[in-house]
Each structure stands twice: as C-alpha cells, then as structure tokens.
Write a protein that binds this ligand. Structure first.
Ligand code: ZN
Length: 254
C-alpha cells in the first residue's frame, strides 16, 4: 500500500472526476493521501475533502507564491483550520525565489517563520516548499530545531539532504526523479536513508515517466516508488511499505 503524501485534489483539473478518482485510489494501491493547501480557500478545500474521504488527510498553510496578503488575520485563520482532527501538518509553506512576481524574499521569510512558529505551538510537522531558495530555507528551519517535517519535492544537493536527515527531516520525492535528465537524483537518493523518504505526486503536476504530458494523480505514485527501489536495490513493495510507515509516523496517522 502506498501513501501519496502530497497531492492537490482541490485543483480545478480534478473538477470533472474528483470524487470517483479519490474513492478508487485504494483499489489502485494508494491507501492514504495527504492534501496540502496553498492559501486559505485551498486549505479549507483540503479539510473538506479529508472530512468526506476516510483515506484523505489535510495540511493547511500559505505557500510563498500566495503569501502577498499575509497578515495577523490570515495567521489566525490558519490556526483555526489546523484545529481540525484530520489536519496533520502546516503546509505547504516555505520560500520560492523562482518566480520573479513572488513577494520579496524578506516578506516570504517572515511568513515562513510565523508558520513555523505556529507549527511549534501546535506540535505539528511542516511541509516545506523550497524552490531555488535552498540556503535560506535551510537557515530558516535551523532557527526552529524543535520543528521538523518534510522538504517536499526535494531539489537540493546530496550534501544538504544529508544535513536535513541529520536534523531529523524527511525528504519527499516526486515524478522528476523518473525523468531522464534528473542528474542529481541518483546521488540524492543514495544519500538519504529509506527511513527518511516519502513518496509524493504533487498532483496534478509533475507526472512521472512514462506518463508525462498527462494530468498527474496518486495512481502514478508507484513510478516514484519503483525509481527509489531501483536506486536502493530493493523491491517496490519494500519501498511502499517503508515510505507508508514513514508518512504515518511523521503525520501521526494510525
Ligand atoms: Zn505542492
């Protein structure tokens, strides 16, 4: 059984078949899904999906690309949403220096810090989005040694991966590790112990090979598990078993 620890099922690309797709996932080998929000409406939508489907859990938070309107009131609303029993993390939060139209770096860092503080207060793990901001992301999370979680869709170096593992973090892997041009992936997969790996899809984005071009969904997460299995020289079933146990442990799911 696989646990897709990162999928955005509120996305409009699932409007035509969301309920059937989610209901059928256990038959496709995916027994658990965690749906993280990127702003308040999507965080609310994740909680609603988690209420309707027993195998779906939620994370709530404000993504760096969506944080321009961040204020005290927004923080209060994230805190209120996080009180729901099926909310298992604060996320996705972090830093994104890729998009030039994103809020200034210092503003993003401030929003990231306030949500890390919230996670510490609520004793929840966090789901970190780090795009072209590796050094600053690492520096900010190190300010909160009692908060850990997952660096989702990990794209940093093997060296940074080792450091995160040492600090108690998990690393999430997605479709890009299946791409032929994924040069860093073998080195990173070798550096991270299986006990700290999570499998993700980031649906509807990042569809793994050989399905690139299609909309992604959790049913394709087995391709990520197969790629990790190949790198580690074990079976995909072992990867599924261990990464599912990892996800349950990190997100406190029985
Ligand atoms: Zn995401």
């Amino acid at each position: 059984m696989l646990f897709d620890t990162h999928a955005h099922y509120y996305d409009g690309r699932f409007d035509s078949d969301r309920d059937e797709l989610l209901a059928a996932l256990p038959q496709r080998g995916v027994g658990l899904v965690l749906c993280p929000g990127c702003d308040l409406p999507s965080s609310r939508a994740c909680v609603e999906l988690a209420e309707r489907f027993p195998h779906v859990y939620a994370a709530v938070g404000v993504h760096p690309s969506d944080c321009a309107g961040w204020d005290e009131a927004m923080l209060a609303q994230v805190r209120a949403l996080a009180a729901h029993p099926k909310v298992k993390a604060i996320g996705e939060i972090g830093l994104d220096y890729y998009w030039k139209e994103n809020p200034p770096k210092e503003f993003q860092q401030n929003v990231f810090r306030q949500q890390l503080e919230l996670a510490r207060e609520l004793r929840l793990p966090v789901i970190v989005h780090d795009r072209e901001a590796h050094g600053d992301c690492l520096a900010v999370v190190k300010e909160y040694p009692d908060v850990t979680g997952v660096f989702h869709c990990y794209s940093g170096s093997a060296e940074m991966a080792r450091e995160l593992v040492e600090l108690g973090w998990y690393l999430g892997f997605d479709g890009p590790i299946t791409y032929k041009n994924a040069r860093k992936a073998p080195e990173v997969l070798a550096a991270v112990p299986l006990e700290r790996m999570l499998v993700e899809t980031d649906s509807p984005y990042l569809t793994p090979e050989p399905f690139r071009g299609r909309r992604n969904d959790s049913g394709y997460v087995y391709r990520v598990a197969e790629t990790i299995a190949q790198a580690k020289g074990i079976t995909p079933e072992e990867v599924a078993e261990i990464t599912t146990a990892n996800g349950k442990k990190l997100f406190c799911i029985d």
